[in-house]
Structure formats: C-alpha cells, structure tokens
Write a protein that binds this ligand. Structure first.
Ligand SMILES: Cc1cc2nc3c(=O)[nH]c(=O)nc-3n(C[C@H](O)[C@H](O)[C@H](O)COP(=O)(O)OP(=O)(O)OC[C@H]3O[C@@H](n4cnc5c(N)ncnc54)[C@H](O)[C@@H]3O)c2cc1C
Ligand code: FES
Length: 284
C-alpha cells in the first residue's frame, strides 16, 4: 500500500447501536418496545414509511424482522410490537429497559403514501391485526388534511383485549374519521365471521369506491370474501393493499429466503396489492 486511503462502503448488514427505552405489556402477550439509537443525529434523521420494517438484533442471540408501529410523523422514538414466538423474540421479551440492541433498516416498500394523498382511505382490520395499521393510521391522522375521507372498520370480540384496542375509543370520538367496531358472533378460527362482520360494517359506512385505497390487515387466507366485496363495489385492484410476512434473513434482497414467485418480500413488499396477489399465486 502506498498510503492512499481506500474508500470503504459501509456494510449494509452492520446494525446501528440502539437501546430499549421502555417496555409496555399489551394484550395477547405482545410487548410494545420503544427504541432509541445511541447516535442522536440518527434518531432525528431516521426516516421511514408506514408499512416498512426493521431488522433488530438481540446481542448474542440473533436477528429478526419487525414492523415499525410508530409513525414517521413522530420522530425520536421507534416503536415495535412483538409477540413471543421463538429464540429472538423470547430473548427480546427478557431484555430490561436500557438494554443494548442493534437495528438496521428501514426496509421494504411500505404503503405508497405519496400516491395515497388526496384519496379516500379505508382501514380494515381483523381482530388482533388492528395494531398492524397503527403506523399508517397515525401518519394519516397527523397529516389529516392531505387525505380524503378516512373510514376505519375493525372487528373485535372486545376492543380492550386487542393490542392498541384502547386507541379505538378516542378514534371513535374524532369527527374527521368514520370509525366502526364490529363484534363477531362467535370465536371462529377460520375468520369467516370476522370477514362477514367487516363487510357488514363497511356496508353501513356508504364509502365511495372510486379512487379509494383499501388497506387490509388480517390473516391473508381470510381475505378472499373481502377482496370480492371491494372489487364488486368498484375499488381498483391496485388500490387494495395488504402486508405479508415471510421468513427473512438479510432483509436486503441478497439471501433469497423471502421470495414469493419472482418477487422478494423484503424488497418488493411487504406491502402488496390485490393485483400482485393475482399474479403471484403463492401469496396466500
Ligand atoms: C416484514 C415482517 C414483519 C414482521 N413484523 C412482526 C411484528 O411486528 N411483530 C412480531 O411479533 N413479529 C413480526 N414478524 C415475525 C417475526 O419476525 C418472526 O416471527 C421471527 O422469526 C421471530 O423470531 P424468533 O427467533 O423469535 O422465532 P423463530 O424461532 O424464528 O420462529 C418461531 C416460530 O414462528 C414461525 N415464523 C418465523 N417467521 C415467521 C414469519 N415471517 N411468519 C410466520 N411465522 C413465522 C416459525 O416457523 C416458528 O414456528 C415479522 C416478520 C416479517 C417478515
Ligand atoms: S430476506 Fe434475504 S432476500 Fe429477502
């Protein structure tokens, strides 16, 4: 070497150091984690779209993807809601406040918020998936004048048993959003009654289909009756959106673990449209 500095690219898999600031227990054994980078500048500059995810590493255990449930309109703290399911999530649930973790991202496409501006939006969630639309919901409410009519329909046996279900009561009090909570008749593992109730709730709202974005959160296998109803009403195929979870490793399109047909969930998703679902038969 002749002493000329060699330019090195930052390693895209290198996480940033961050800390768990607060842990809050939510229903269904989900923990809400508030996270903050060590680097103050990064806390202020970290930007993302609702619907994007991050890769979180628990030191010495491993790494996993988690959707960001806070809104980019509220900078400084990043929030994720995690259900204990395996090695990484168990280790994360065991961490104490102030514990060191690693974060890289944000990754994925997120919801097309630029295209959604000035449009009406339907936010439709099945039971425990209510929390999955929290980032988008807050983003829209924080930028309320940029969107048309906003209609939220959620199914819940009892809102207080849902993660973030307490938010439904103040959402119901707002005048700039139509909010319906529908109680399914009985617990049904197939989700048929949840979907039937969602559709019944939607019928009561008299939404205008033309130009409307419908964002669905639920078990994808339960979607077909809701898709059929939205299409019948005239919602455009490319404006029916939902988020998918696939096993991921790198999060940046390198390992191939998350492929669906010719698409990578980490790059082309996790947000897909009904149109994608038609062209990618492995979606549900
Ligand atoms: C884009 C994206 C966003 C996600 N957001 C969240 C979130 O906000 N909150 C949350 O709790 N989890 C979320 N997940 C799922 C989470 O990343 C996985 O469950 C992860 O594997 C947990 O790691 P683990 O080591 O604890 O469990 P593992 O030991 O990896 O797995 C535990 C169990 O979960 C199953 N599993 C693993 N990955 C998935 C998956 N992607 N979908 C369905 N089942 C899976 C495994 O087969 C196993 O049975 C998300 C996944 C993706 C791809
Ligand atoms: S997670 Fe590696 S390609 Fe998507």
């Amino acid at each position: 070497m002749n002493g000329v500095p060699v330019a090195t690219k930052p390693d895209p898999l290198q996480p940033n150091r961050a800390h768990v600031i607060r842990v809050q227990r939510l229903p269904l054994e989900i923990n809400l984690f508030q996270l903050r980078f060590e680097d103050e500048e990064l806390n202020l500059s970290f930007d993302f779209k609702p619907g994007q995810f991050l890769m979180l590493s628990v030191i010495g255990v491993g790494e996993a993807p988690f959707a960001i449930v806070s809104s980019p309109s509220r900078r400084g703290l990043i929030e994720i809601a995690v259900r204990q399911s395996g090695r990484v999530t168990t280790a994360l649930h065991n961490l104490k406040e102030n514990a060191l973790i690693g974060i890289r991202g944000p990754y994925g496409n997120g919801y097309p918020i630029e295209r959604m501006r000035r449009s009406d939006v339907l936010l439709l969630s099945e039971g425990p998936w209510f929390g999955a639309l929290r980032s988008l919901r807050w983003y829209i409410l924080d930028n309320r004048k940029d969107f048309g009519q906003v209609t939220l329909v959620a199914t819940a046996d009892d809102a207080k048993d849902l993660p973030f279900g307490d938010e439904l009561s103040w959402l119901g009090d707002r005048e700039d959003i139509t909010c319906r909570v529908c109680r399914p008749a009985a617990r049904d593992a197939e989700g048929q009654d949840h979907m039937a109730r969602l559709i019944a709730g939607l019928r009561q709202t008299k939404f205008v289909a033309q130009g409307t974005y419908a964002v669905l959160a639920g078990e994808p296998a339960h979607f077909p009756p809701l898709w059929d109803y939205l299409l019948e009403r005239g919602v455009s195929k490319d404006k029916i959106l939902f988020s998918l979870q696939r096993k991921m490793r790198c999060g940046i399109g390198k390992c191939g673990h998350c492929s669906i047909g010719y698409k990578y969930t980490c790059l082309d998703g996790p947000v897909f449209s009904y149109w994608d679902a038609q062209n990618l038969p492995e979606v549900i």
